[in-house]
Design a protein around this ligand. Structure first.
Ligand code: SAM
Length: 211
């Protein structure tokens, strides 16, 4: 598998300077942004789906939002981040790119906010990429904003392999989070309102199409 990953990475085009700087910043300050293989695959899926409007939970420094806005020229993105340092950095980066004019970023806790900018419209896609133990709560709160036929994407469904471990093998500090993530995944697979699949790419991308 490692060889295939290296092969795919060797095919990926060099990103523009802004994305390279963002990747460098994320590495330097340990900001968890989507990994290369994950984001490229995700962009491929979005290019097939062609959503005109996307809601993202968890902007971090705005990397995924900017990559999406750059790849999909007619798409608008609303993105939410609760960490004020990351939010400020995201605002800075978003301001550097023309594609940033199609991104609305809000500083808020997604589990608490009722902001008009978020709830006054419906979305073709919802991207959940925030606290992993809260995915079910994010889903329940934001699923009604997704149009019928729309798609919900979730990243980090494997949590770097921790979902494959027995409960007792998971580091204690991550145990509840991993339990909740696995419960959410099973719950999604059983959900009659969605066609759910899990893509073994990057750190695991869940795709749920709303019936
Ligand atoms: N989507 C980003 C990317 O790939 O460029 C990475 C997002 S990072 C994995 C997760 C972010 O979600 C963190 O910056 C964290 O502060 C934020 N977050 C976690 N829980 C949140 C919440 N309840 N509301 C808003 N943001 C949250």
């Amino acid at each position: 598998m490692e060889d295939y990953l290296r092969y795919i990475e060797s095919l990926q085009k060099k990103e523009d300077a802004l994305f390279s700087r963002m990747e460098y910043y994320a590495e330097e300050y340990r900001v968890p942004i989507m990994d290369r293989l994950g984001i490229e695959t995700f962009l491929g899926l979005l290019c097939i789906q062609q959503p005109k409007s996307i809601l993202e939970i968890g902007s971090a420094i705005g990397y995924s939002a900017l990559r999406i806005a750059t790849a999909l020229k007619d798409t608008t993105i609303v993105t939410i981040e609760r960490d004020s340092d990351r939010f400020s950095k995201a605002v800075e980066y978003i301001g550097e790119s023309d594609a940033g004019s199609r991104i609305v970023i809000l500083e808020a806790d997604a589990l608490e906010t009722e902001a008009e900018e978020i709830f006054s419209r419906q979305y073709d896609a919802l991207f959940i990429d925030a606290a992993k133990g809260q995915y079910k709560r994010f889903f329940e709160k934001y699923e009604p904003t997704v149009k019928s036929g729309g798609v919900i994407y979730c990243d980090n469904m494997f949590m770097h392999g921790m979902v494959l471990l027995e409960d007792g093998e998971v580091p204690k500090r991550n145990r509840t989070m991993i339990r909740k993530l696995k419960e959410f995944t099973q719950w999604m697979y059983a959900h009659p309102g969605f066609e759910t699949s899990l893509l073994p790419v990057g750190d695991g991308i869940l795709i749920a199409v709303k019936r």
